[in-house]
Design a protein around this ligand. Structure first.
Ligand code: SF4
Length: 392
């Protein structure tokens, strides 16, 4: 994992802090928060030209990945765009690229490092670009949870299934305990596979994706699910509750998708006649139930591409992507589902000054903000990722 030197003076380390100041470190977090760069000013009018020049100078030595939730100013320099897993796969398919610049968040860069060769360096333009959801499950908390499951006598029949949006340490835990990683596209297949291996699933860290998939896709009931709260002893659950549960959902959520509400769905239906409400499965169970369609970012993009001209869509996912979809489909009405939800603040940390600084540093011969996963963690995380690729 990234090694970073000092704690931010005066700031208590907490797994939930966003630590947006870009200075110091948080050892309890899935990412560092130190960005040592001497960044160009955001107002510099030559930034686009500087990024282009540096990228051209690097040629095939650099490969720039852009997550769907990134700003347009960054996406314009991406060699490929996609969700986190597609981007990691794309990185692995470019062994000739010495440098992989990952315009996304920390756990994604970790996954790219795990899947790429040892001679390739994966760089995150701003180390403060973490993911609050991934931070909601730390390694120690997950170890404590496993002890609670062991004490309740159910660890042997429990299969961990971890969402891609988790730290390398959690992916490593998952691989060590015979589980699998999943994405929002293959969560149903991952759960079906897990239930051929055990009678219970520990789903981390997004309770909503776990619940939506188990209940809506697999037909389990809400009563089959319990929520394990890592801040409470035994997760706030009794041994009996753990024994009775089929799905043990980690108490984590996305701080963007978790904010969409059923009221917003009702409101947009009143405002936009005939609107189709399309949301991501990281939204709450109630919001997903109120929507017309649910699916991953790739599903959302494909659905808009296939939609009839003149149709109307309210989208419940990150705002950068929704804005881009609205621009790409001027023949359709595309609106953002919620009035009060804003961008993913950590995704948005990757801006043009950070990208320019990263590319120009490479041109000058320094490799900034390299993300490296410790080999033993990487080995087990890779096992969990490979298991996902082998899902039937
Ligand atoms: S949108 Fe949510 S899950 Fe994605 S990086 Fe931001 S906080 Fe994490």
């Amino acid at each position: 994992m990234t090694t970073t030197p000092d704690l931010m003076p005066g700031v208590e380390p907490t797994p939930l802090a966003l630590l947006l100041l870009g200075r110091g470190t948080d050892p309890d977090s899935e990412r560092g928060v130190d960005c040592p760069g001497d960044l160009p000013a955001a107002s510099d009018p030559t930034l686009v030209e500087r990024a282009r020049t540096a990228k051209e100078a690097l040629g095939d030595r650099v490969f720039v990945l852009g997550h769907h939730y990134q700003r347009d100013e960054v996406i314009q320099f991406a060699d490929v765009t996609g969700d986190s897993f597609r981007l990691a796969q794309q990185a692995a398919a470019r062994p000739e690229a010495e440098f992989i610049v990952f315009c996304g968040v920390h756990f994604m860069a970790e996954s790219a490092d795990i899947l790429t060769g040892p001679d390739q360096a994966v760089l995150l333009p701003d180390l403060a670009a973490g993911c609050s959801m991934a931070d909601m499950a730390t390694f120690d908390q997950v170890e404590d949870c496993w002890e609670a499951l062991t004490a309740a006598g159910v660890a042997d029949v429990t299969v961990p299934v971890s969402y891609m949006n988790s730290s390398a340490a959690i992916k490593g835990f998952t691989g060590r305990h015979g589980g699998t990683i999943c994405t929002s596209s293959n969560a149903e297949r991952a759960l079906e596979w897990a239930f051929t291996r055990g009678t219970k699933v520990l789903f981390m860290p997004d309770q909503h994706l776990g619940r939506n998939t188990a209940v809506r896709e697999l037909g389990l009931s809400l009563d089959d699910c319990v929520v394990y709260d890592p801040r409470k002893p035994m997760g706030g659950l009794t041994p009996q509750q753990l024994q009775d549960a089929t799905m043990i959902l980690w108490k984590g959520h996305c701080s963007v998708h978790g904010r969409f509400t059923v009221d917003a769905v009702r409101d947009v239906r009143e405002r936009v006649p005939g609107v189709n409400v399309l949301v991501h499965p990281e939204c709450s169970y109630d919001v997903v139930g109120a929507a017309d369609l649910v699916g991953s970012t790739e599903f959302i993009i494909r659905t808009l591409e296939a939609a009839e001209p003149g149709s109307a869509w309210a989208i419940g996912t990150e705002l950068n992507l929704v804005r881009r979809l609205a621009n790409e489909h001027p023949d359709k009405t595309v609106v953002f589902l919620e009035k009060t939800v804003c961008f993913c603040s950590t995704m948005n940390r990757i801006d043009l000054p950070h990208l320019v600084w990263t590319l120009e540093s490479l041109v000058e011969g320094t490799v900034p903000n390299r993300i490296e996963v410790e080999p033993e963690t990487a080995r087990w995380a890779r096992a969990a990722l490979d298991q996902m690729l082998a899902l039937p």
